[in-house]
Design a protein around this ligand. Structure first.
Ligand code: GLY
Length: 422
């Protein structure tokens, strides 16, 4: 089988690595990928938002399965485009991808189908939103969410009028999120423990993946601005009874609701949840694998990833058993100095081979390029150093020992990934 992976991050490197290990896969292509993917896949110079060129490539190379990493490719309808061309792709079609592409759609679905989620209101202009807040009278904190895809920057937890003003100005006046910010949701703030739970589904059967924890804040102690993710651990400790409740009250009803609404959902469904004293609440859905969570998760997957994704694409997920390495895995993300703000690129990276001498370590690349034989930084998140260990403490030790061997100018990373779980 020939597989195309779409995207260029650590998630896509991990997907390429695992798919290339399948005896059923003869060739993996990645569009556009990164320097790390080159060891297991052939890179194709097409970006994740270039739907027609991607579709043309799939036809020209007779790709059997396209596996899509980023939400933008799903929301722009590559899966539907390929289906019309008679080609299989893992992931939801454009209408189903609205679960991530439109927060108001996702929240309305929850309300309609009794899926627990914090209360919310939707506004299409600043004046009516401000009038509503005035009437409601200073209920801080509250959450403001740009409706559409905003690269993780569209959500603000506001503690006072100034923070509300700042986010509304970004959305409605500065148009910082383009059309994505022209509709804004006001959502109740709920307290609890935040967890990400992912399932792979063919629309009927759900394969719940081990819960992972993602460390989004830039600095130790969960301080500093939000990033795409500075590290992750799999599995995250969630009481099996709570997981059963999440499956029963949220995951199964969501997949069922999508079918009832006429948008059957197949692919990865990622529920961002708050575990509150009153039970789990949906904060958001993503329609793709998380990054970096996919890195420790796939490091632990013993089964054949191609078999799993192929079965989910073909409505045969009930015929697949998934086996996991019982050992935990920890990923530490190495970033360029300045990330998530502006950062310089093009610095040489050394020590990746040394780091990977430990058989329990794999270094997934995110923002890297190879020029003139040298590995260079090419993004905010540069590498995801992933290690397995008998315990979380062992996995952390191996990951940080590997990190110590890698050098590039301005390298920044968090030293407390999974530390609270030791
Ligand atoms: N790590 C968060 C995300 O993938 O959205």
């Amino acid at each position: 089988m020939k597989v195309l992976v779409v995207g260029s991050g650590g998630r896509e490197h991990a997907l390429c690595w695992k798919l290339a290990a399948s005896p059923r896969v003869e060739k993996v292509y990645v569009a556009p990928g990164n320097a790390g993917c080159e060891a297991v896949a052939e890179r194709v110079d097409i970006k994740a938002n270039q739907i027609e060129p991607l579709a043309g490539f799939v036809i020209a190379k007779e790709i059997d399965l396209t596996v899509i990493g980023p939400e933008v490719t799903l929301c722009d309808g590559l899966v539907d485009r390929l289906a019309r061309l008679g080609r299989k792709a893992f992931g939801p079609g454009k209408d189903s991808a609205r679960l991530e592409g439109s927060k108001s759609y996702a929240k309305a679905l929850c309300r309609q189908h009794n899926i627990p989620t914090p209360d919310f209101k939707v506004f299409k202009d600043r004046e009516s939103l401000e009038r509503y807040l005035e009437r409601a009278g200073g209920r801080y904190p509250l959450v403001l969410k740009a409706d559409g895809l905003a690269a993780g920057k569209g959500v603000a937890i506001c503690h006072n009028d100034e923070e509300v003003d700042e986010h509304l100005t970004a959305c409605f006046d500065r148009h910082a999120f383009g059309a994505a910010g022209e509709t804004v949701l006001v959502e109740d703030f709920v307290k609890g423990i935040e967890v990400s739970v992912l399932v792979i589904t063919d629309g009927q059967t759900l394969a719940v993946l081990p819960p992972a924890r993602d460390y989004k804040a830039a600095r130790e102690g969960n301080e500093g601005p939000n990033t795409g993710g500075m590290g992750a651990v799999s599995p995250a400790p969630i009481d099996p009874k709570v997981m059963a409740r999440i499956e029963e009250k949220i995951l199964v009803p969501t997949v069922h609701a999508m079918a009832v609404e006429g948008h059957p959902y197949a692919g990865t469904l990622y529920a961002g949840l708050m575990l509150t004293p009153a039970g789990p609440r949906v904060l958001e859905y993503n329609v793709r694998f998380g990054d970096p969570e996919t890195q420790p998760t796939l490091a632990r997957l013993k089964s054949d990833l191609f078999e799993l994704l192929w079965a989910a694409t073909n409505g045969e997920l009930d015929q697949v058993e998934i086996e996991w390495d019982p050992r935990p895995a920890v990923t530490v993300v190495l970033t360029s100095g300045g990330y998530p703000g502006k950062y310089p690129k093009g610095f040489p990276i050394t020590g990746v081979d040394l780091a990977e001498r430990d058989p329990n370590v794999i270094v997934f690349h995110s923002g890297t390029e190879r020029r003139g034989g040298r590995l260079l930084t090419a993004g905010g998140r540069v590498l995801g150093v992933t290690a397995l260990g008998d315990t979380i403490a062992d996995a952390r030790r191996a990951a940080y020992a590997a990190v110590d061997k890698i050098k590039f100018e301005g390298m920044v990373y968090r030293k407390d990934i999974a530390a609270e779980l030791e």
